[in-house]
Design a protein around this ligand. Structure first.
Ligand code: RIB
Ligand code: CA
Length: 321
């Protein structure tokens, strides 16, 4: 039996890749997917989540539709990084009859925490709204999960402002409440490391050679993100942020972590900024999270590719030596 996990996400190409990687590795047991507004409206991220489960042949995994509004009851701005459909213009190629569960994501998270026996790892790869709302219902919820692995924030950079990353920026109050809610362990995997694993032209070409349903999906779905990066930053690489969370679960040695106290700015010019205090400047040595300071990019790609395309393990290993 693999490690039981729940992914709360806003699919999104990189959320989709996190789900695909989770479903491809025997060490991981994906119990459920929850959705939130982010890479498009809630309707869209939910549709995409259902499609990804079908693409992977795992319609048996329940999907719970979550929050369209943030903790402040306003609709958060969505992000168009992966095109209008959130899957790089490729969503229409995947059809599914699968429907979300009747229970909502917030209610599900409260129930799942109670049924977790302290064993389930929770992932948040979209705005933290569902998780924060669940914690407002049950303050003990964080203690009932094994740990939280979150894609969000950054110490040194931003993608919505010079200092703010999208997931924390979209619902900063939710991110703040979740980080300070008392989980046994939080791993914050932010842009400082996820930018380093952006998908380049060489690996995209290799995906074309593999020519499977999944490799074609990754190749085509990542194209919009690559174009956006080229036009805005002159970098011909596609975002892969969220997939690093699941890669870390599979092989923790991929990341260098530092104990830190992390808080989030909720308004003003620095809205959404994660303030990462490693040296105890203002937290007096108190730590609420592990901050991902560095990533072994080669090791990540070896894991990602050999897990999803096992049949090509030899070539991949030689290429990435
Ligand atoms: O800033 C990166 C995050 O924003 C990722 O989770 C991506 O999916 C987008 O929503
Ligand atoms: Ca995401």
């Amino acid at each position: 039996m693999g490690i039981p996990i729940i992914i709360d996400c806003d699919p999104g190409v990189d959320d989709a890749l996190a789900i695909i990687l989770a479903l491809s590795h025997p060490k991981v047991d994906l119990k459920a997917v929850c959705t939130v507004t982010g890479n498009g409206s809630l309707e869209n991220t939910t549709k995409n989540g259902l499609k990804i489960l079908s693409l992977c042949g795992r319609e048996d995994i329940p999907l719970y539709k979550g929050s369209a509004r943030g903790l402040d009851d306003k609709e958060p701005d969505t992000v168009p990084a992966f095109g209008d459909d959130g899957l790089g213009g490729y969503a229409h190629t995947v059809q599914t009859e699968k429907k979300p569960e009747k229970e909502g994501a917030v209610e599900f998270l409260v129930r799942a925490a109670n049924e977790s026996n302290g064993e389930v790892t929770l992932f948040a790869t979209g705005p933290c709204t569902n998780v924060a709302k669940a914690i407002r219902i049950d303050k003990e919820l964080p203690k009932k999960f094994k740990r939280l692995i979150v894609m969000g924030g950054a110490k040194y950079t931003g993608n919505m402002s010079p200092v703010a990353e999208y997931n924390f920026w979209a619902d900063p109050l939710a991110a703040k409440e979740v980080l300070n809610a008392g989980f046994h362990e939080i791993v914050m995997i932010g842009l400082d490391v996820t930018n380093k694993i952006a998908l380049g032209a060489d690996i995209r070409e290799i995906l074309r050679i593999f020519d499977t349903d999944i490799s074609r999906f990754i190749y085509h779905a990542t194209r919009e993100g690559l174009i956006e990066n080229w036009e805005t930053r002159q970098k011909p690489v596609a975002p892969m942020h969220d997939v690093l969370t699941v890669a870390y679960l599979i092989d923790e040695s991929i990341l260098t972590l530092k104990r830190a106290n992390i808080d989030v700015v909720t308004e003003g010019i620095a809205k959404g900024q994660s303030v990462v205090d490693i040296k105890g400047h203002w937290s007096g040595g108190k730590c609420n999270a592990l901050y991902a300071a560095d990533v072994d990019v080669n090791q990540f790609y070896k894991l990602f590719l050999t897990t999803i395309f096992k049949e090509h393990e030899d070539e991949i290993t030689k290429y990435l030596m």
